[in-house]
Structures are given as structure tokens and as C-alpha cells.
Design a protein around this ligand. Sequence first.
Ligand code: S3P
Length: 427
Amino acid sequence: MRLTTNIKGLTGEVMVPGDKSISHRSIMFGAIAQGETRIKHFLKSEDCLGTLKMFQKLGVAIEEEGEEIVVHGRGFEALQSAEEPIDIGNSGTTIRLCTGLLAGTDFTTVLTGDESISRRPMNRVMLPLREMGAKITGHEGSEFPPLTIVGQPNLRGMTYKMPVASAQVKSAILLAGLQAKGTTTVIEKEKTRDHTEDMIEAFGGKILTEGKTITLEGPQKLKGQQVNVPGDISSAAFFMVAGLIVPNSRIVLKNVGLSESRTGIIDVIRQMNGKIIITDEDTVNKSGTVIVETSELRGTEIGGDLIPRLIDELPVIALLATQAKGKTIIKDAEELKVKETNRIDATASELQKMGAKVLATEDGLIIEGEQTLTASEVTSYGDHRMGMMLAIAALIVREGNVDLTEAEAVAVSYPNFFEDLHELIQK
Ligand code: S3P
């Protein structure tokens, strides 16, 4: 795809599509709860539609009714074997969370996915789940998908100290814990997104969070709910950065999810002297309007407990840093190596192709500021967030063309990304 370059500015409003993490979970919780769950602003992207189809295969009636997705949950016990392997595509959230969710069933499920999924580490969920009594194996004895989950209805609760900061691992254990006998306690390495905990409470479950320790008693029954999915801050992030680095820009992002566990990028933008305002805050729905304007930015350091609060935004934050005054250092972010692609290497290599000085380190990136980006051929490596970051980078290229291969990957989390971007462009 030939990307748009050399624009005069970006102005206007974007209604950010639904949050990916919350959309996945709303289907999963709707499926295991009793009664109807109605989901507003569900993200109809490849990843989340994959989760929806998966639960249909497991015998759950799910349909679209006007603007809503309706899940007719009949409780965990009513889930049925899909008989065939289920292909979850590119979605790490689906495979990891559902490994926990399905561990306590009385049937066997095989979960498979695309080429990227078959390289993603699964021991991080398989090992703790096995301690709870689960029977899960990877492909030919490895830790990689396809995963075979031989359901074990007698799971036991346990205390687990997490070796990685991962909301997916935490959520897999909590989902298994909901079906297990006894207490399940998860102690986080760093606090990660807490949508699973929020949703267990919203669906009438009991869960206690004290600092980094989360506890629930199993088994528990949940009740269907109305879920209003806020816009995805991880999708809004591309336009936040675009509005800050493209001259003559002002972008209004409506309905952005503002869970404290996800707003690391806003903290970083402020740290970098970026002009960002939040209005219309809705504390119940944890959402609001975010307004950004072209800014004089300065470099910063990003690490420690901030990392899980902006983990998916790091490639586009690296782009932001190329336009700041001074150096930016990103550390403690080794998890980026095991995302849809190795995002440390991919971010460094593709921004380098565009003329930026970006160095990949063991656990992050070092980015020189005030870089002029230049024409190039770049690739998303089939990674949706890499594709969107590069499309934003192209906007500030003044001469020549930027061609992006595997641009279609954006549909994993933001099918209308290019349409929304073009609405904002002042040529
Ligand atoms: C997610 C958690 C994060 C994030 C992913 C979605 C989730 O992964 O990168 O895009 O929905 O729980 P990890 O928990 O593995 O860090």
C-alpha cells in the first residue's frame, strides 16, 4: 500500500472503535454467565470476531441485534465441545484467556491460530494452569500452539506469583479460578490492565484486589449484563501521536477508554511536553474525550511500572520520540519481543529504514530526537500496530513515497483505520 505522505495538517474528530481487550472479555464472560449479555460498541475486528465465532462453536447463541451483540449465556456447564479444532487467528488474548476458561470443562478443545500465534510462548499460561490440575499440551510436546486442552472438571485453586507482567496470564488463571474449588490468588509482578477483575465484579462475581494481589473463591456463578465498551486507547494512540507530530494539527478523540491501567501513554505525552487535554470524563464507564495538538516535544525515559500501562503503545511512542528534542530511552520492555512480532526489532528496523536513529536494546529502544523521516519501503511484519505506526510515520515524510507491505494487518484491531485517518488529512 502506498501511504499518504507530506500532509499540511490533521484536523477533526474520530470516534475511536471499541476496546479490543474489553470486547474479547465481554463475549467470554457473556458466554459463561447465566442469562442475556448485551454488548454496545463491540469491536468488530478480526481478533474479536474470532472470539465471538469461537463461542458460537462452543454452543453459545450469539447474535447481532441492531447496534448490539447479544450473548445468550447458559452458564459455564452449558459449554459444549466444538468437535473440530478452533482457529483463533492472530489473537494472543483469545488463546491465552480461553486456555484458562476451558481448562475446567468436561470436554477436549484444540486451539490453533496463524503463523504468528504458533510462535508465541504458552508456558506462561500452561505451567500455572497445570498446577491447578489442568491438562494442556502444546504442539508436539512444545509450548507452542496448536494447544490441546483436555478439560478437567476438578480444578483446584492456588496461589501464583507471576514471573511476568501479563494481563493475559493473570486473566487465564482467574478464569480457571472461577471454575476451581477453593481460593485462587494471583500476585502480579507489576500491575497490568484490570478489565478481567472489573468484569468479574460487573457480572456479579466476588473478587478482591489489594495492591498487586488478587483473590477469588471458586466456583462462582455469574449473571449476564449490559456492557458498554469504551473506545480503545491503544487505537486512539495512533491519532494522539499523529496530532502531536504533524504540523498544524488538532484532533478530537471521542469515547476513549481511560482505565488507569491503560493511560500510560497520556502520562508519557505530558512528560514529553505534549499538548493533551481530557474532557467529558465518564468515571463509571472509565472513558472521555482526548484532544491533542501539534507540540514542541522533549525526550524522556520510560520504564518500570509504567511499561504495562502502555505496552501496546510503545512502537508509536518510539515514533513520537523521533520528533522530540533530545534522546528517549525505553527500558524494562522485553515483553515486546513476544508480541505479534518482535516489536523491539521491528520498530528499530522500520524506523531506521525511514532514516531515524533508533537503537534496539535488550529490553527496549534508544531513540534520538529531531529526526527527519524519509521515503522508504517498510513492512508491518503482519503486525497491526506496526502497520498503523508506520502509516502515521509516513505523514511527516516530505519527499518521495512510503510503501507499506502487509498493510491489511490493521484489520486485526482497527478495520477502519485508513478511512478514519483520511477523514482527518488536510492535503
Ligand atoms: C492484553 C494484554 C497485553 C496486551 C494485549 C492485550 C489483554 O498482553 O499486549 O494486546 O487483553 O489482556 P500481555 O498481557 O501478554 O502483556
